[in-house]
Design a protein around this ligand. Structure first.
Ligand code: UDP
Ligand code: MG
Length: 153
């Protein structure tokens, strides 16, 4: 099964939205196989957002991502990257569709509640950046066949 990285950003922590977002992940059926709180620093953020270092908003983005600890999660499922990107919604919360996490909880292009990996390749690199191998638990939920048909797995 595919894996993806989710980050509950400081805006989500500060607004007490941890439960709301985790609830949606559980309700959807994505399997949480790693989860921890951590304080990000400039070094990890420069790597994580390396595609944005030249953007004018980059300093504010880094500052906002360090204002409180974040919660990082490894999510697992068939097509987990696409499933969680769709649940997350488009980058700008003002434009994100209602029903998505950003569409329902954000009015900002920056303070948009969650990070979601955008490709399988990036997901694996991001998981390795934020987690040690022993922090990821490769268990199979007992209700796996209530989530998926036997020929899907
Ligand atoms: N961001 C921002 N201003 C912008 C575009 C992006 O502050 O004009 C922030 C926003 O928090 C976003 C993050 O930078 O989630 C990463 O940007 P990316 O383009 O990778 O969007 P995402 O994959 O998060 O939708
Ligand atoms: Mg991105």
């Amino acid at each position: 099964m595919e894996r993806t990285l989710a980050i509950l950003k400081p805006c989500a922590i500060e607004r007490s939205l941890i439960g709301e977002v985790v609830k949606r992940i559980e309700q959807k059926g994505l399997i949480i196989c790693g989860m921890k709180m951590m304080q990000l620093d400039e070094k990890i953020l420069r790597a994580h957002y390396s595609h944005l270092v030249d953007k004018p908003f980059f300093p504010l983005l880094v500052e906002s991502m360090m204002t409180s600890p974040v919660i990082v999660m490894v999510l697992k499922g068939i097509d987990a990257v696409e499933v969680f990107r769709n649940m997350t919604g488009s980058t700008n919360g003002r434009k994100a569709a209602p029903g998505t996490i950003r569409g329902d909880f954000s009015v900002s292009g920056q303070q948009n509640i969650v990070h979601a990996s955008d490709s399988v390749e990036n997901a694996e690199a991001e998981i390795n950046r934020f987690f040690r191998p022993e922090e990821i638990f490769d268990y199979i939920p007992s209700g796996l066949y209530d989530l998926y048909a036997k020929d899907e797995i």
